[in-house]
Design a protein around this ligand. Sequence first.
Ligand code: PMP
Length: 299
Amino acid sequence: MQASKAKTTSVDAREAGQDEAIVYLNGEFLPLDQAKVPVLDRGFIFGDGIYEVVPAYSRRPFRWPEHLARLKRSLGKIKITNPYSDAEWLTLIESLIQRHPWSNQFIYLHITRGVAKRDHAFPKDCQPTVFAMSSALQAVPEALRSEGVAAITLDDQRWLHCDIKSISLLGNVLARQAAVDAHAAECIQFRDGQMTEGSSSNIWLVRGGEVIGAPVDHRILEGIRVGLIEALCKSCGIGFRTDAISRNEVFQADELLLSSATKEVLAITKVDGRAIGHGKPGPVYHKLYQAYQEAIAAN
Ligand code: PMP
């Protein structure tokens, strides 16, 4: 029992690609395989918590003020008292970045309501659990950059607070697995016939040279790249707006894009086996990708 437990722990660390990983847990930096959370943590029991994923390039966090603002919004929406000051959050992520060898990293921050006797209602006097780790931020493979990726369409089966970056990700997990089962990279979800978002990305339609995204409301997560794509469109002279988008409009788009912290902006060139536009990443994708790289360089 003990031997198999030890084996599992080291495999966990190795599979995470983090043999040397140092993680943060409740005020301490410690090796990944020594970080333990009690089973009564409400994150484990109820999925009662929120998270953030922050990219860092050349060891500098990218769009940190926006990520911190979203983290605080998510905490506020589920009534977890923010345990740290803005300065403490920044120190935490900078300390994690400095402890790892990679120039480009992404920092995962995870806050739960804490450990308490199992009861749905909020416990009194519960200290939030704060966990953070860093991973190497791998560039998207060149073949996917030049060819784009495939997506499937799916009815959105998630709850109605997709604006909260909740750790309860079962709906997103099932959606992503449906894409993987169909040999696709992402799914494009629809609620009441209107496009919402991917399993872990925002989706953009390009039509007549204009970029159109889903309305930013409770049905989607406001990706940090939503504001960024809007700003990049502006600087590139590309029209930008949000609007209701139907399934047909997705198939008839000139281009489709996805955006996320780890994929930046990426072309979707096939949906449900059908080519989008010319079936290759288009001119708007190329302009936005270039502008994204310039924003990173200027960070
Ligand atoms: N929507 C969902 C459901 C996501 O999980 C993500 C990735 N965190 C996004 C959108 C994109 O957000 P961001 O640009 O902040 O990575």
